[in-house]
Design a protein. Structure first.
Length: 354
């Protein structure tokens, strides 16, 4: 088992990265965690209130594309593992503005890889591993049957997934060319606390509470596999510690839902919680013009994770979705802050500067 003493987490102020840091620090006391995050609209330090005063934790505001900064952090913190979450992550934004996706996801990853490779090749630390956090969207779309395996060819359809596939291929090339100790995980859709309210589940919760229309793309029958973010965190930790170098691991929840079925479920669970009549929230559903290039179905075959590493999700969807809804209801202030951008004032107050 690989057991790093210092980990550089990129994008640790985002949805999955912050959940990962909280999980990882609790599970690995004594391991130092450095969080490098640019704090774009999607990054929020309030996701990390539970760890920010821990002496083993350090936050650095900066860009993964800043080679000098990355090199300095790797050396000065004697980093033994890089877990790379930082990305532009929203498909809709990639359709209206693809450029930043290539800049961050492809070029940024290349800089991070190159500085990590130099740090590893210089033998600055005794042990080193790099983990690329990727997505099932790189595999493109499925028909009504079948699953993505690790051998499925990469045929991304959106600028977002194309940029993630580009990064994955660079990781592969670094392994093949330099023998760089890299691992890749490709996970299905995540849900859970601290997800930015532009994504499906928190957007629906937010709009239902506000009695606003619930936009559903096309016929609502696109299918996604949903995994609780905590299960994604344990999967990443498992692969980092026990995965075979150079391998790709698919991570999924075996939990396929049509978008419209998810929206109906969230509506119904909120009817009771908000004291509204049965079926009242469903009346807010509004079908809108389909997303361009909208992939029909994603489904992950996560058998390799179970077979090789013994990993399985621990959340049932029933429990996970109920807890998530309750978390959003209890954390309305967080939602208001991230949507208004007022967390930036918090940053200034905590850390000074910009
Ligand atoms: P997110 O948008 O919530 O967070 C991204 C974080 O990266 C933010 O904190 C942002 O400030 C930071 N960031 C952006 N550009 C940066 C840069 N140039 N330098 C440093 N930091 C930068 O995203 P998320 O949903 O938490 O996704 C995290 C990773 O997991 C991404 O790589 C994504 O592709 C992957 N992924 C996400 C899902 C999902 O369902 N959300 C599923 C599978 C894989």
């Amino acid at each position: 088992t690989f057991s790093p003493r210092a980990v550089l987490v990129t994008g640790g102020a985002g949805f999955i990265g912050s959940n990962f840091i909280s999980h990882f620090m609790a599970a690995n006391p004594g391991c130092r965690v450095v969080n490098l995050d640019l704090l774009t609209y999607a990054g929020n330090l309030k996701n990390l209130v539970g760890v920010e005063h821990d002496p083993a934790y350090r936050f650095v505001r900066g860009d993964i594309g800043d080679a000098e900064l990355v090199a300095r952090l790797l050396a000065e913190e004697r980093i033994e593992a890089v877990v790379h979450f930082a990305a532009e992550s929203h498909v809709d934004r990639s359709i209206t503005g693809p450029e930043i996706f290539v800049k961050t996801n492809v070029l940024g990853t290349q800089v991070l890889l190159e500085e990590s490779r130099k740090h590893w090749a210089a033998g600055a630390v005794e042990q080193f591993r790099y983990l690329q956090v990727s997505t099932d969207e790189v595999y493109g779309t499925l028909g009504e049957t079948g699953y993505f395996t690790e051998e499925t060819p990469l045929t991304p359809n959106s600028p977002y997934s194309a940029s993630k596939a580009g990064a994955d291929l660079l990781v592969r090339a670094y392994r093949e060319t330099y023998g760089f100790p890299a691992l890749t995980t490709r996970c299905s859709n995540n849900y859970g606390p601290f997800q930015f309210p532009e994504k499906l589940i928190p957007l629906m919760i937010h709009n239902i509470v506000a009695k606003k229309p619930l936009p559903v793309y096309g016929d609502g029958k696109n299918v996604r596999d949903w995994l609780h973010v905590k299960d994604h965190s344990t999967a990443i930790e498992t692969v980092l510690k026990n995965g075979r170098l150079g391998e790709v691991y698919n991570v999924g929840g075996n939990n396929e839902w049509q978008n419209i079925a998810i929206v109906n479920l969230v509506c119904d669970l909120l009817d009771a919680r908000l004291g509204r009549g049965e079926g009242e929230n469903r009346q807010l559903i509004t079908f809108v013009k389909d997303r361009l290039g909208h992939d029909r179905r994603y489904a992950i075959d996560a058998a390799k994770m179970k077979r090789e590493l013994g990993w399985e999700p621990s959340y049932t969807f029933e429990r996970g979705i109920a807890e998530t809804i309750d978390w959003y209801l209890a954390n309305g202030a967080w939602v208001d802050e991230v949507t208004s951008g007022s967390y930036r004032d918090y940053y200034q107050q905590q850390y000074g500067g910009e």
